[in-house]
Design a binder for this molecule. Structure first.
Ligand code: MG
Ligand code: ZN
Length: 215
């Protein structure tokens, strides 16, 4: 019974995700779903990405958090349209939540890139399609090297992995080669980026790739 219920929830979500996807396509908009653990640096990556791409693309952001609006305020300070979703307790965003808040953004055809920051969580965000064109997993070197094999779906579903905080590598024992190897064993087509949102290293390459993904 339990399985049946879960399947039905995911099917309903997929239908709504299709509707979102159709709206994004109609507007010629690239929608990106950013996932990762709390503290991996998702919002910091958004800040860096926006700074790099704002001269070229019209960007808007949907921020997902259990509560509070700290992240939306950080993005809003960059003079970018942003809407905050507070899920209360829910540990992932779903397609319906996205559909509802689209009304609070500028008309979609006036945008080029919509970045959705999911709830900090390596598990279920990967299972709920939002209608995005691609999912991106952000992982930081402080999280250790066991994450890809422990949370395979996240890495299988993602188009790219952004490994953040590489400036801290001298201070941690994380085997980055293992992270790369394991992530690629789960998803051979996964695109890998190594960045530091603190120093800005690697951001140009990531931002260039993201921009090119639009066409
Ligand atoms: Mg955040
Ligand atoms: Zn969840």
């Amino acid at each position: 019974m339990q399985v049946k219920v879960v399947t039905r929830i995911l099917e309903a979500n997929d239908r709504m995700a299709e509707e979102n996807r159709r709206r994004f396509a109609e507007a010629g908009l690239l929608a990106v779903n950013i996932m990762g653990t709390p503290g991996a640096g998702k919002t910091s990556l958004l800040e860096r990405t926006i700074a790099a791409l704002k001269p070229h693309l019209r960007i808007a952001v949907i921020e997902g958090d259990l509560m509070g609006s700290d992240d939306a305020e950080r993005i809003g300070a960059l003079d970018i349209p942003v809407v905050q979703i507070n899920t209360g307790g829910a540990c992932h965003l779903d397609a319906n939540m996205i559909s509802v808040v689209l009304a609070d953004l500028p008309p979609l055809r006036e945008l080029d890139l919509l970045i959705i920051e999911n709830i900090g969580n390596l598990v279920c965000p990967a299972e709920f399609n939002l209608g995005e064109h691609m999912k991106i997993v952000v992982l930081s070197v402080t999280e250790g090297h066991d994450k890809p094999l422990k949370y395979p779906i996240m890495f299988q579903e993602s188009k790219a992995m952004v490994l953040n905080k590489v400036d801290l590598l001298p201070y941690v024992d994380t085997d980055v080669e293992k992270v790369r190897r394991d992530a690629l064993s789960l998803n051979p087509r996964l695109k890998l980026f190594e960045v530091s949102c603190r120093t800005g290293s690697g951001i140009d390459e990531w931002a260039r790739w993201l921009r090119a993904s639009r066409s």
